[in-house]
Design a protein around this ligand. Structure first.
Ligand code: NAD
Ligand code: TDX
Length: 350
């Protein structure tokens, strides 16, 4: 198949592209603006293949999207391009409305025009797969899980823009018959994670001997999904999912933030012990909470397991160990980002 991946130079997009190039015969076109979050070195393992190509362009640019579609003739659009960081959405929501809402509208409109020109068989086989987040469902208390039918209740500029984009995608499916798929997943982590997010930020700041900022009292809970398991889920959905359907994807690995940070510290204590015997946990610093901080997310992933046979392949303990080791072994990848793009300073004060 020919698969156009928007946001393919990002954290999850690049994991999907590496998987498709390394483990399938599919052809892949990455369509990416290369914002601060687009990192071409994350695609080195795929870029050598003659089944891989790349276009640098903005999803808000209708002409560029239209040209990519008519040149590449995709059977699948995997739409991951987005502004993705909650803290940045607090400081500057405009880019989130532009890329996540307007950009998704442009993608849908161009995809519809392209789809209408296909043969009946190609029309039936085509999929527009929109990758979204569990944050659209709001915040949970101590109990319960998000299912595919949980009402939307987004609470940050980021999650509101993603919720709006999900509604646009479903409207294009319902009104125009475009074969759409939506996935809503929990917090991803793993190799090539951009250093603004909690897990890479903690690993990197720990190694740099800096304070490890935990927002509020560290009791907020996230449900962690290893990014390579997520890439496998995305492939299962666009290959086998029924058009019009939504699938929740989660790692079945709820952890309090403070426990995640302590786990990372313990792994570093084993792999890169401080020479004076101190634990990395001594660097933990509780800081002012994120404005509007959602308390808990947790995904019920039983639908994708029952209907498509997907389950996570690693536990959180296995995935976090592999992730810390990856950051230890790939310092050049994140040092470049620290030098040129983002040096792990606090974002999202409101
Ligand atoms: P990321 O920030 O790492 O990457 C985003 C990519 O999109 C970058 O390569 C960037 O250059 C590109 N991009 C941004 N604006 C663009 C534009 N206007 N035109 C073209 N390209 C543009 O994001 P990620 O963490 O890989 O997330 C991918 C998708 O998954 C997003 O839609 C996000 O909302 C969703 N998601 C992420 C998580 C997570 O834990 N990271 C969880 C749930 C859902
Ligand atoms: O320095 C920090 N200290 C801290 O305590 C940072 C950066 C975060 N946190 C907390 C806030 C959250 O409770 O850690 C948790 C995780 O924070 P992020 O890594 O910023 O992720 P989150 O806000 O949960 O959103 C992520 O998961 C859902 C992704 O960034 C989104 O794109 C995705 O939709």
């Amino acid at each position: 198949m020919r698969i156009l991946v928007t946001g393919g130079a990002g954290f999850i997009g690049s994991a999907l592209v590496r998987r498709l190039i390394q483990h399938t015969d599919h052809q892949v076109l990455v369509f990416d603006k290369l914002t601060y979050a687009g990192v071409l070195s994350s695609l080195e393992l795929a870029a050598a293949s003659n089944r891989y190509s790349f276009v640098q362009a903005d999803i808000c640019d209708a002409e560029a999207v239209s040209k990519a579609l008519s040149d590449f003739q995709p059977q699948v659009i995997a739409h991951l391009a987005a502004e993705s960081h909650v803290d940045r959405s607090i400081d500057g929501p405009g880019a989130f409305v532009q890329t996540n809402l307007v950009g998704t509208f442009v993608m849908l409109n161009q995809a519809l025009g392209y789809w209408r020109g296909l043969s009946d068989a190609d029309k039936a086989a085509f999929r527009f797969h929109h990758i979204s987040t569990d944050e659209v469902f709001g915040s949970l208390g101590e109990e319960g899980f998000f299912t595919e039918t949980t009402p939307y209740d987004p609470r940050s500029p980021y999650s509101a823009s993603k919720a709006g984009s999900d509604h646009l995608v479903r409207a294009w499916g319902h009104t125009y018959g475009l074969p759409v798929l939506v996935t809503n997943c929990s917090n991803n982590y793993g190799p090539y994670h951009f250093p603004e997010k909690l897990i890479p930020l903690i690993i990197i700041r720990a190694l740099n001997g800096e304070p490890l900022p935990v927002y509020g009292d560290g009791s907020n809970v996230r449900d962690w999904l290893f990014v390579e398991d997520h890439a496998a889920a995305l492939q299962a959905v666009f290959e086998k999912g029924a058009p019009g359907q939504t699938y929740n994807v989660g790692g079945n690995a709820e952890r309090r933030n403070i426990d995640v940070v302590r786990t990372i510290c313990a792994i570093l204590d084993r792999h890169r012990p401080h020479t004076d015997g101190r634990s990395y946990a001594e660097q933990i610093a509780f800081v002012t909470d994120r404005p509007g901080h959602d308390q808990r997310y947790a995904i019920d992933a039983s639908k994708i397991r029952a209907e498509l046979g997907w389950t996570p392949s690693v536990t959180f303990e296995q995935g976090i160990e592999a992730t810390v080791v990856w950051f230890l072994e790939n310092e050049a990848w994140w040092r470049d980002i620290l030098d040129q793009r983002y040096a792990t300073e606090r974002l999202g004060h409101g």
